[in-house]
Design a protein around this ligand. Structure first.
Ligand SMILES: [Zn+2]
Length: 308
């Protein structure tokens, strides 16, 4: 017997400058994924199935006038949040020219006060350019810790989506281990990021990226290009089976804005491959809707997970 009353599908998108096939920032720096990708490829695809994407914006996007103009004029239903690549923001900023560079750092490898100030500077930049405070967030390379959660909460964020269950990430200065993290949204315990605690109104909600574990193989993401439409259906069914005692079930698709521009990420390299990406994304989301799921922005999940 399932207690699930509502299945909610969110789409969380790291929204960045164009990259190359090695995940290095384009040189010269280009923003086709914002100026062409959002208005002409992604948003129409989401509108056609009723999905409400959440675009998580990086510092270089918010610093670029043409990008901010495109963002301000984007039609339709969506949310804007923030996404931090810590090497590109003061204090202890490492790069002033972003072209042709990699983004090496986990934000949680900085001292907590430095990390807080980086998050505050990114948040203030968002507010200066778009006129309101963001309330959803994802860490670059998923490099977030319990201190990141506390900083985000101080800055008024309602939802973080940096946690990838079943996966451990490492870089030279830090490790984040989400192998035992809950698969469904939770209010993190004090001093933890990957352990559920008790609800409080001011506590930020963690909305994990939806992945399905596999025996002896890497987990599979609910994500176009990483999974076929049939595999995405199977991941959806797995979550529904495994968490049948919940009232609200969350399915959180993630990818990057650059993935729908050919050669701007390691993934689609041709116009045909971009089309296949978009077709699969739309087909999977339409199937979710046909199964009775509804779509929501990330921040709106915070209220949905209040205990009744
Ligand atoms: Zn990123």
């Amino acid at each position: 017997m399932s207690s699930v009353e509502k299945v909610v599908v969110t789409v969380s998108i790291d929204t960045e400058c164009d990259h190359d096939s090695q995940w290095v920032r384009s040189n010269p720096l280009a923003f086709e994924s914002i100026t062409e990708g959002l208005p002409n490829r992604l948003q129409p695809a989401f509108e056609s199935v009723g999905a409400i994407p959440t675009y998580l914006l990086t510092v270089e996007v918010l610093e670029n006038k043409a990008c901010v103009e495109a963002l301000k004029h984007l039609d339709g239903r969506y949310e804007y949040g923030t996404h931090l690549h810590a090497a590109f923001v003061e204090p202890e900023k490492k790069f002033y020219d972003y072209a042709g560079v990699d983004s090496p750092d986990f934000q949680c490898s900085y001292a907590p006060d430095i990390e807080y100030q980086k998050l505050r500077n990114l948040t203030d930049l968002f507010e200066r350019e778009l006129g309101y405070r963001p309330t959803s967030f994802r860490a670059g390379r998923y490099g977030a810790s319990s201190e990141s959660i506390d900083s985000l909460q101080r800055l008024g964020y309602k939802v973080d989506t940096s946690v990838t269950p079943h996966i451990r990430w490492s870089e030279p200065n830090a490790v984040v281990d989400f192998r035992k993290a809950p698969e469904q949204p939770y209010f993190p315990a004090e001093g933890e990021i990957a352990v559920a605690g008790v609800y409080s109104e001011s506590r930020l909600l963690e909305v994990p990226v939806t992945v399905k574990p596999r025996l002896f193989r890497d987990p599979r993401w609910f994500r176009p290009w990483f999974a076929t439409v049939d595999q995405m259906k199977e991941i959806f069914r797995y979550q529904l089976r495994k968490h049948s005692s919940q009232r609200v079930l969350s399915i959180n698709m993630m990818f990057h804005s650059m993935e729908i521009i050919e050669k701007a990420s390691p993934y689609p390299q041709t116009a045909d491959e971009v089309q296949r990406f978009l077709d699969d994304m739309q087909a999977a989301l339409q199937w979710c809707a046909d199964e009775g799921a509804s779509f929501a922005s990330l921040s709106s999940l915070h209220d949905l997970y209040q205990p009744v």
